[in-house]
Design a protein around this ligand. Structure first.
Ligand SMILES: NC(=O)c1ccc[n+]([C@@H]2O[C@H](COP(=O)([O-])OP(=O)(O)OC[C@H]3O[C@@H](n4cnc5c(N)ncnc54)[C@H](O)[C@@H]3O)[C@@H](O)[C@H]2O)c1
Length: 351
């Protein structure tokens, strides 16, 4: 049996690698909206990978992906307009990619007899400032952009399809993803705070933290996400389930400090600018039922951000920063209480 990965982007490309390494046949579907075609070409070198360039909202394109003669047992739906920023795409594009495509994919998955449909939902479904214990039963919070609003619709759609059509559906509510993967973005509209800060540090730019950038969120490495998605595909949960995919709790402000420290060790002096938080920093603990299947994240910001910074520093198309003048431009920012996960997505983080 094989898997269909819709959306061979930042997460999907790493997931496809992992599935291929495990000996699976993988069909990839992507319209090349926000990915790196070279990464797809590298995947296409693998004899068990087939790629369909097409729109996940187009019934014929999706039909082509299911019609390659590879029996599809699991569908990983990671295709979508993934940015929270209004300037990332016309609203109609976002609606088609994030609302129509999941329905088309579910229809085709049911027709093809797929057993499991996994979807890349978001931890931001709980709102941008959460407090207390945040497990999967936590209520949805205010949603301020079309990308995250669409996650609510798709989760309910999956619940409906699992009930009406019998397909097992899992919404993976993914935290903020960081780390080195086969697809590395450089467009800030499509980057999360950790990778974006590394990119900015490599270019000698100031790291800016907005008022929301002090609130806690959960950050998870792209490698841990792909491992968790595969674990979920094997976990025998019937019907519809939503599962938090969490790593460590941190704020963009804390991540910026890590990036500054890592950069300093490489001879780069990085400036930070922060707008003070307007609301008290929330005290929250993210929980995940995935811990019941003995899944624990293996990566960490401290351990894995250095390779992201090195990657951007070594990219030829990244403008080198001016020579180091130690101490220049440093600005202190009020850091959240240590030991209490502080973090959270300000507009700084796009996804
Ligand atoms: N990266 C994160 O921090 C994060 C966190 C939570 C949830 N998510 C969700 O996980 C999913 C994958 O995220 P990502 O970081 O890999 O984003 P990404 O933008 O790198 O990947 C999305 C992929 O979907 C493709 N795509 C867009 N519209 C399409 C369409 N109509 N048909 C076919 N392909 C289409 C894009 O070209 C891209 O390759 C997204 O739905 C995102 O909202 C991501």
């Amino acid at each position: 049996m094989g898997s269909l990965v819709a959306g061979i982007g930042y997460i999907g490309a790493r997931l496809a690698e992992r599935l291929l390494d495990a000996g699976e046949a993988v069909v990839g579907l992507d319209n090349l909206f926000s990915t790196d075609p070279e990464a797809i070409e590298r995947l296409a070198q693998h004899p068990s990978f087939r790629f369909v360039e097409g729109n996940a909202a187009d019934d014929d394109d999706v039909g082509r992906a299911f019609g390659l003669g590879i029996p599809i047992d699991t569908v990983y739906h990671l295709a979508g307009q993934s940015s929270a920023r209004a300037d990332a795409a016309p609203i109609r594009f976002t609606e088609e990619a994030n609302l129509v495509a999941p329905r088309v994919m579910l229809d085709r998955a049911c027709e093809a007899g797929a057993h499991t449909f996994l979807f890349g939902s978001s931890l931001q479904i709980y709102g941008r400032r959460v407090s207390g214990q945040v497990g999967e039963t936590h209520p949805f919070g205010p949603l301020l952009d079309m990308n995250h609003l669409s996650k609510v619709y798709v989760e309910k759609l999956m619940e409906m399809y699992s009930h009406n059509r019998g397909i097992r559906c899992v919404a993976a509510r993914i935290g903020l993803v960081y780390g080195l993967g086969p697809v590395m973005k450089t467009d800030p509209r499509f980057m999360t705070a950790p990778n974006k800060f590394c990119h900015q540090a490599a270019r000698g730019e100031t790291l800016r933290i907005d008022a929301g950038g002090f609130q806690p969120t959960s950050m998870i490495h792209v490698d841990d996400v792909s491992r968790a998605l595969v674990a979920l595909s094997h976990w025998p949960l019937p019907g519809f389930s939503a599962v938090n995919l969490i790593g460590e709790t941190a704020s963009p402000a804390q991540v910026a400090e890590v990036v500054r420290r890592v950069a300093r060790a490489r001879g780069l002096d990085v400036s930070l600018e922060a707008t003070p938080p307007e609301t008290p920093i929330a005290d929250c603990t993210f929980l995940s039922t995935l811990s019941k299947c003995a899944f624990t994240p293996e990566r960490s910001l401290e351990r894995d951000l250095p390779e992201v910074l090195d990657y951007f520093m070594n990219r030829e198309d990244i403008t080198p920063r001016p020579p180091l003048r130690r101490g220049e431009g440093e600005k202190s920012i009020p850091l959240p209480v240590p030991g209490r996960g502080a973090g959270g997505l300000g507009p700084e983080a796009s996804l």
